[in-house]
Design a protein around this ligand. Sequence first.
Ligand code: SF4
Length: 339
Amino acid sequence: MKSLKDIPNEELFSLLKSWGQPAFRVKQLRTWLYGPRFAATYDEMTNLPATLREKLAETVAPFALKVVQRLEDPNDGTVKWLSELLDGNTIETVLIRVPHRTTVCVSTQVGCAVRCVFCASGRYGLVRDLTKAEIIDQVMLACRELGRRVDNVVVMGMGEPLMNLDALVSALDELGSPETIDLGNRHVTISTSGIVPGIRALAELRRPWNLALSLHAVNDEERARIIPTEHRYPLEEIFAACEYHRELTNRMLTLEYALIDGRNDSRSTLERLAAIARRLHAKVNLIPCNSNASNCKSPSLRRCHEALAFLEQSGVQATLRISHGQGILAACGQLKFKI
Ligand code: SF4
């Protein structure tokens, strides 16, 4: 059975027309789906005739996800959902709340082909790409939880987003439409491990979505220890693609850098990181590696702050991101670790 949000509008019009329904039913349906209720069942759609609701339920799934577990971090309110897809596969989605801002981190694939060594999501390789509806409904989960539109969407969950670009772009375009939740392009960040053809293809779409590059190492030799050969591109090619993206979209790049104790936190490595950031006009997000999810250990908090101060003194805009949701294994590199 297909999911409702995977069915193009024209197809939905024809389907409802073939059942003798007036055209305005499609609009009614979309209003239920995209707010203010963010409906996930036909039963909620009380102004649709009961017979139509029954027919729809037999033909199209109203929501692509079935939540099988919801965990909330009592310390910071982060929520992590484990959801079952219609084919029985499972994915995770995380909602992060900080004062005045809510962000949902969505997955784009079941598993991941890139298989970075520190990442729990890639441990078993790629199972399959998510569909447009499966991506959209993760955002809807967050909206349902909040009772309003989520502020930001970061595409940093399970999977390499640029390896499922078509579905991702359709989902983000749909979410950006004034007929759905009107999510501003600038409130979207797509994170990549550095898939060069994907970065170039994304650039050519000229959507002002933010791009984040998971850099983690400042030379090819070190990066080879983190990302296996098959889907790893030379840094120079990645940097050229990022420059191309900036040229075409005018969006600032973020370099995500997981600090790993004794591995990528030396003074000379940070000097190189600062030089890369200056060259790419990028800001740097330092993320202490989540030691409980891998063999990589985080440097002490003091060393993390020293690294931050060093970058700032080197003229680089930088932040130290203490991961949210550590209590429920919802931080970066922890998705799909335990379940
Ligand atoms: S870090 Fe991202 S690209 Fe690397 S294996 Fe995990 S999900 Fe895939």
